[in-house]
Design a protein around this ligand. Structure first.
Ligand code: NAP
Length: 280
């Protein structure tokens, strides 16, 4: 089976590496960046390079789209326009509602599977890809009632072989949950990094005084700005709601400190600490 990776970076690259043991699969790649395409070839992520997306589409049985979410929305209808009935297309973008809406009325919608791997790192590009990224991680598949059952079953078997556990969810529900659990964490990390960089202009001081707490809280701010600005804008409504909820909590905390409410402050922190029960 021929698998075309549209986007050969961290996510597309790791999908290929996770399936290296499958000698029946040949991976090809199409990427905006020629450099990335060549790097993926050198790293053994792909064995075929396509300069034109249309050439790759003709060659593929399965097309896996792993480019920034705004670009996915642009590219998906174009791919669906060109595919034959035997072909399947999957996307691995981090937001799902706008992507699903962009192809909802397409005549080939039943050949599309909307996915989001709950796995990643703050690094990007083919060199960041690794074989075990998806091992025992969840792959959320959205609005699967709109996909042809046979194509869905075949892809789920392949994704399971790549290490994923499959979860089904409505695309709007997905975006609501992810706004709080993932997107807000990135927003707070980028904002924390900016606040510290504005006040502490001496990088040496940050390096000398930063403990593991600061390093782990600010880690997500090392992520790709292009990818994350695209995610925040694609899930704008839910992201703004999550920021509002977070601002309210910051204001509560601020008031407790201003008003010297020591006991209430300790109780507030105790409540927040309950996250230990869920994430030991
Ligand atoms: P990545 O490492 O930056 O790889 C994406 C590649 O796609 C880049 O080489 C990029 O080139 C290329 N590209 C951009 N627009 C394109 C287009 N229109 N056509 C062809 N290639 C294009 O990014 P990634 O981390 O793999 O993320 C890919 C997708 O997975 C995103 O939708 C993201 O939301 C999702 N995702 C990411 C994570 C994570 O932790 N990273 C986790 C789950 C899901 P340029 O550099 O020139 O833009």
């Amino acid at each position: 089976m021929n698998v075309l990776l549209v986007g050969v970076g961290l996510i597309g690259g790791s999908f290929s590496l996770a399936l290296k043991h499958r000698t029946d699969l040949t991976f090809g790649g199409y990427d905006n960046r020629e450099e990335a395409q060549n790097e993926a070839f050198d790293l053994g992520i792909i064995s075929q390079r396509f300069n034109l997306l249309s050439e790759g589409i003709k060659w593929a049985d399965l097309i896996v789209v792993s480019v920034p979410v705004k670009a996915i929305r642009g590219i998906l209808p174009e791919i669906l326009d060109q595919i034959e009935p035997n072909q399947t297309i999957v996307d691995f973008g981090s937001t799902k509602a706008a992507i699903c809406a962009s192809v909802a009325d397409h005549e080939n919608r039943k050949q599309f599977i909307a996915g989001h791997p709950i796995a990643g790192t703050e690094h990007s590009g083919p060199s960041a890809a690794f074989e075990g990224l998806f091992r025992d991680k969840n792959l959320i598949l959205c609005d699967t009632r709109l996909t042809e059952p046979g194509k869905l079953k075949d892809f789920e078997a392949l994704a399971t072989d790549a290490g994923f556990n499959i979860i089904h969810m409505d695309s709007k529900e997905h975006d609501r949950h992810l706004a709080y659990i993932s997107h807000l964490s990135h927003i707070t990390s980028f904002a924390l990094s900016s606040a510290v960089l504005q006040k502490e202009k001496d990088g040496e001081v940050i390096l000398d005084l930063a403990g593991s707490g600061f390093a782990s809280t600010v880690r997500l701010a090392k992520s790709s700005p292009g990818m994350w600005s695209s995610i925040f804008m694609e899930n704008k409504e839910m992201v703004l709601r999550s920021i509002e909820a977070y601002k309210k909590e910051l204001e509560k905390l601020e008031a407790l400190i201003i008003e010297n409410q020591d006991e209430a402050l300790e109780k507030y922190l105790e409540d927040g600490r309950k996250i230990r029960r869920i994430l030991p």
